[in-house]
Design a protein around this ligand. Structure first.
Ligand SMILES: Cc1cc2nc3c(=O)[nH]c(=O)nc-3n(C[C@H](O)[C@H](O)[C@H](O)COP(=O)(O)O)c2cc1C
Length: 213
């Protein structure tokens, strides 16, 4: 397996490696890069919730990765449906895929909702003016509008507010934090697929194993 960080791109050939420790660190470096680099294919991930009766999937942007504590974060509106689902399940599944690296990462773990706390303030401070727009809409996400789509878009694009006025959106801003308890890597290759599973307890790696693909 070769690996470089040139131009912040992680390049590797994983079909021959037997170094499971390297694979584990590679997964976290890919996720960390995805949070930093909006051009990364893993910058958008899919999160899955389940309430026992049905599953829900949504695309979100991975905003922060704490490699030391094995935690991943995204931003959302506190009024959204996913928040009430997470409030009930307290668990989340994350799915990231990078075709150029032939890698899928599946991650699951207990999930915390941050709202109006210190962590939210930190994330909010680095949230750009344009990204604050959706938190300013009074009705919140997923409400019937009774208007055609173009009217919604017109309203969003003509929405004007100063950075100071955008502070009102903070009350609706939430940061979702998942602490990984399990991470699975799946690598596809014509010479044979690879699969490895990692388990964590309190942010510490406690088990690494290769699996049949
Ligand atoms: C490329 C892309 C990125 C998205 N990023 C986010 C995000 O970071 N946070 C978020 O709450 N929703 C994001 N969404 C929208 C969600 O997928 C979802 O449709 C929306 O949040 C409504 O979810 P709800 O059912 O909880 O209201 C994104 C959608 C797309 C297509």
């Amino acid at each position: 397996m070769t690996q470089t960080t040139e131009h912040s791109h992680i390049v590797f050939e994983a079909e021959e490696t037997e170094d499971i420790g390297f694979v584990e660190s590679l997964c976290w470096r890919m996720l960390a890069e995805a949070a930093r680099d909006r051009r990364s294919p893993m910058h958008t991930v899919v999160i899955g919730t389940g309430d026992g009766a049905r599953a829900q999937l949504r695309t979100v942007i991975i905003r922060r990765v704490d490699e030391a504590e094995k935690r991943v974060y995204f931003h959302t509106d506190y009024r959204s449906g996913k928040v009430s689902e997470i409030r009930t399940s307290r668990q989340l599944a994350w799915l990231a895929y990078d075709a150029s690296r032939r890698s899928q990462i599946r991650l699951t773990g207990p999930t915390l909702l941050h709202h109006k706390d210190e962590l939210c303030q930190l994330h909010w401070a680095s949230t750009k003016h344009s990204s604050r727009r959706c938190y300013l809409l009074p009705e919140g996400p997923g409400q019937p509008l009774g208007q055609p789509t173009d009217a919604i878009e017109e309203r969003l694009s003509t929405f004007s507010y100063s950075m100071e006025e955008s502070e009102a959106g903070f009350q609706h801003f939430a940061v979702v934090e998942t602490s990984a308890t399990e991470l699975e890597w799946y690598y596809t290759h014509s010479r044979g697929n690879r699969r490895a599973r990692f388990r964590y307890e309190a942010g510490q790696l406690v088990q690494s194993e290769w699996l049949t693909p």
